[in-house]
Ligand binder design. Structure first.
Ligand SMILES: Cc1cc2nc3c(=O)[nH]c(=O)nc-3n(C[C@H](O)[C@H](O)[C@H](O)COP(=O)(O)O)c2cc1C
Length: 246
């Protein structure tokens, strides 16, 4: 394990946490180089994610034409009208077989096919993940899986969230963590972001040519923030009100 305390401190991280704000107005005269978003995305790809399935895709929207098309889809919010680039974080529910196979093959190569370590994870990616992520349009498979889980749960602790909507919740959870890493990595390079949930998902999917089973977790507007883009102080509930010790 790296001795992280030797290279960074909580204070360094606090600086970034404190500096990141949702910025609603970006400098449209500023040229943000391609590498800024690329660097931040490379950081985001290392985020924790459920079973390392990485069921995500990050669509970069940078051309003038596509950015112009994005603004009305994002309800003409000022962040969307002034962004230098958008990153659209997409959950791809239909890539589970490939992603399970990726992990299977990586671990086989890392541990060796006959190793004890590989025997432990073989069925996880070879059988369990393809089973857990499989869904149909109507959610019937997920419903049956959930029932099966509930039956097992009568006798021992069991994950209960196994329906189709649970699959998406898991994907969006992982994608949100990657989004957060991305936004901190943008701030660490002196750039700003605004996560946007206010968009027309149907029109956005059409514009980006996404598949029916894909879902957009969030749109992240990026650029050099202007001071007027910060709308006020940060208001947060007190620690005591939202943290409970048991
Ligand atoms: C999932 C999500 C969706 C959001 N959608 C929007 C949005 O559509 N428009 C907007 O201006 N801000 C949006 N925000 C930003 C929040 O309003 C903002 O994070 C919150 O007010 C706290 O401010 P801060 O980010 O500056 O700390 C969104 C944030 C999240 C996490």
């Amino acid at each position: 394990m790296n001795d992280i305390a030797a290279v960074a401190s909580l204070a360094d991280f606090e600086t970034i946490i404190e500096a990141r704000r949702s910025v609603r107005v970006f400098d449209t005269d500023h040229q943000m180089s391609e590498e800024i978003v690329e660097n931040a995305l490379k950081a985001a790809l290392r985020s924790p994610n459920s079973s390392n399935m990485q069921m995500w895709e990050f669509v970069r929207v940078r051309s003038d034409e596509m950015r112009a098309a994005m603004a009305p889809i994002c309800l003409n919010q000022s962040a969307a009208k002034t962004a230098s680039e958008f990153v659209v974080v997409v959950g791809r529910a239909n890539v589970y077989k490939e992603r399970a196979a990726f992990n299977f093959n990586q671990l086989k190569a890392e541990y060796g096919e006959d190793s004890e370590a590989f025997q432990k994870v073989k069925d996880y990616y070879g059988k369990l993940m393809p089973m857990v992520y499989r869904n149909d349009y109507f959610g019937i498979i997920g419903g049956l899986r959930k029932l099966m889980g509930a039956a097992v749960g009568l006798f021992k602790p069991m994950v209960r969230e196994m329906g189709k909507s649970d699959t998406y919740a898991t994907i969006h959870g992982s994608n949100s963590l990657a989004s957060m890493t991305f936004m901190y990595a943008m701030k660490a390079q002196g750039y700003d972001t605004c996560p946007l949930g206010g968009f027309d998902s149907k029109r956005l999917k059409k514009l980006l040519k996404l598949k029916g089973s894909d879902e957009v977790t969030m749109v992240i507007a990026c650029g050099k923030g202007k001071p007027e883009g910060i709308w006020g102080k940060r208001h947060r509930l007190p620690y005591e009100e939202v943290v409970r010790k048991v």
